[in-house]
Design a protein around this ligand. Structure first.
Ligand SMILES: [Zn+2]
Length: 48
């Protein structure tokens, strides 16, 4: 029997668009969905 607790854990909502993220709800701080995370990465890459 292999339990997968991460599968049962509720996902946090993206702070930008409200879509479920890959992060658990217990995660501290800002949580972004893969799409918004990608956009943030692009912005960060372009600024500076
Ligand atoms: Zn999002």
């Amino acid at each position: 029997m292999s339990a997968t607790p991460t599968e049962d854990e509720p996902r946090a909502d993206c702070v930008h668009c409200g879509e479920p993220t890959e992060y658990p709800a217990s995660r501290k701080g800002v949580t972004l969905c893969p799409v918004c995370e990608w956009h943030e990465a692009q912005r960060t890459a372009c600024s500076g």
